[in-house]
Design a protein. Sequence first.
Length: 725
Amino acid sequence: MGAAGSPTLERMRARPWQSPIVGAVFVVAWVALDWTTLALHRAPGFSPWYPGAGLTVTLLYRFGVRYAPLVVVAEMLRWTLYHDPAYALPTAAIQGVIVGGVYAGGVLLAHRSGLVLPSVRVRDALAFCGLALLLAFVTSALSVALHASAGSLSPSGAMDQFRVFWLGDAVGILAFAPVLDLAISAARGYAPAAYRRVLPAWAELSAVALIAALNVVALGVLRLDPQRAIVFALVLVPVAALAAAGGMRGAIIGIAAVDVALVAIAIVSRVDASQVAGGQLDVILQTILALVLGAMTSTRERLRILGRWLLLHDARTSLPNRAALETWARGPESSAMWVACIDLDAFGLLDIGMTRRDADAVLQAACETIGATVSDAQFFGRFESDAFVVAHAGDREAALAAAERIARAFLTPLRAAGAEFRFTLSIGIAHGVRRDRRALLIEGLAAMAEASEAGGNRAVVFASADDPADRARLASELVRARDDEQFLLHYQPIHELDGERRMVGAEALLRWQHPTRGLLRPAAFLTQLELSGLLADIEPWIVREAAATASELRARVPGMRVWINISAGALFDPAFVEALPRIVRRAGAQPSELVIEVTERIVSGDEIGPVLERLHATGVHVAIDDFGTGHSSLGRLRAARVDIIKLDRSLVAAIDSDRRAQSMTSALRELAEGIAVTVVGEGIETEAEAGALQRCGYRFGQGYALSEPMDRAALRAYLARYPNA
């Protein structure tokens, strides 16, 4: 089963020295089954089924059509043993060519159309049944025509013989091939999901005994031919129940019980051809219904297993996902541990000019490259988008050595989707002794974000005091900062990139006015703020303060908006989102005057669509921050009702000197504007970068080259420069 849970064909390949053995076993089994069937039944000149047909289909399907000539050998050997005077040896050879050729063609058609046995899908079960009836029909028609032309069959008996051949072959394929496939799989130790035991052995054996007994009694002893519908329903009930409860394995075991009953009837009961033919039709219908019911049950079970697997694994890479990471993070402390959070720099640009499948192939290649260097890690998973997490026992030096190995592995281009790709990495490292796993994870993510903001292509070790007393002191100071209102907001303007560089909005940035350390930026405290749960306490205050500023800006310059960053916890909190417009209006602003920024990593999650829809419904504008560092397609953003994307600093940094970066950022802008999404370049640190963005068609930008963050009073003075302010 692949990551998506689709079944795949797994052929059994014999080694060169095994091929003669496989061929010999087939020929001997074919002749023995045919002879036994003809010798033991009590209806002269008639066989209730032809197991050789099922044996042939199984051989060609599982081991390959190259074994088709063995059918000719088997037919000729059969003629030699029986010395049937009705037709000559060449006719037997032609008979083998017909059967082998038709069956080989049918098997090739099955492979070409994607038919998978065992039939874990209803489509495959129905296709197998249809193919069995078709192959039996074609071979029977050609065989009857052959014998009629050879003079071994009278024209008057052609139709009767055709019916005998067709029903016998159909029963042989339908009723024997699945049973044989299950037996071969068990003998070779090959256990596909469809053959997994669902019911206990005693339940399977009891059902087999009941089904066989009902078949023998109803069709062999009672001979209730006029009431065949009643008999059929009576026998079908346990067959259907076994298939519905036991899946494909149960269906095949039920079919095996029907097989046993059919052979027993042929041995112990002197019946004529018409009576056996009626039983054959019943067996065919029972088999088809059993296979379909078994496929339905197996599909349901497969989806249940797949659903459980997807809860803890990423469908694109098969790595443990965020839920699995959270489970790991709740685990016990270790004596010494490090966590490395790894981001592929500018991976999001692959969405431009690449199909989703190709981008996923590149992502898979990156996973394999990282995995090869940390094969003994305690945890290796995909956190979100293009971010990975590795956890390992060891100290700081071991973490740095691992980061160096990973970065060195990416010096070799990744080969995927028929091309080569080069990536640099932003790696964040956190380490400690007897540390909480979740704390290490958050610190590693913070260090990764710092590495990415610094331009990428580097590893950053989280600067955290390992002393628990220092961490406790910081947590206590943050509580006091909340209670004493030591937090404040600074605002960094967002400008038009034309000649006047007019201000069109401002982004609210959190600061901490520490009593002794002065003004602190988020890198110094945000991780601990989130770890302690205090961030959820102050985010409503952030919204209220930003909304008050938006109201003041609107009074000076209509259309001005304030941008706010909110955490993933707030975004996924329905209570926070519901309260958002109420908080904004109480501050004197309208929701439309705010832009809520969320990081691209959050947007890349599969569950984000409804969340952003609820956020958008409050009336605010939605912007995606750090676009280009993750794996969000523009089509996905459109479906998620995103209004604005902010081009990440890692892309802006190369735009003034790299023609490829210029072409890609221009293409990104054109595609975004085509779906009514505004693009803002952020992290502009030089006039050259601002000019390059403007030449690429960008209208808006933000960065230190345009203006630095400032408090509200300074923002008022800054805004007063404009004539209409």
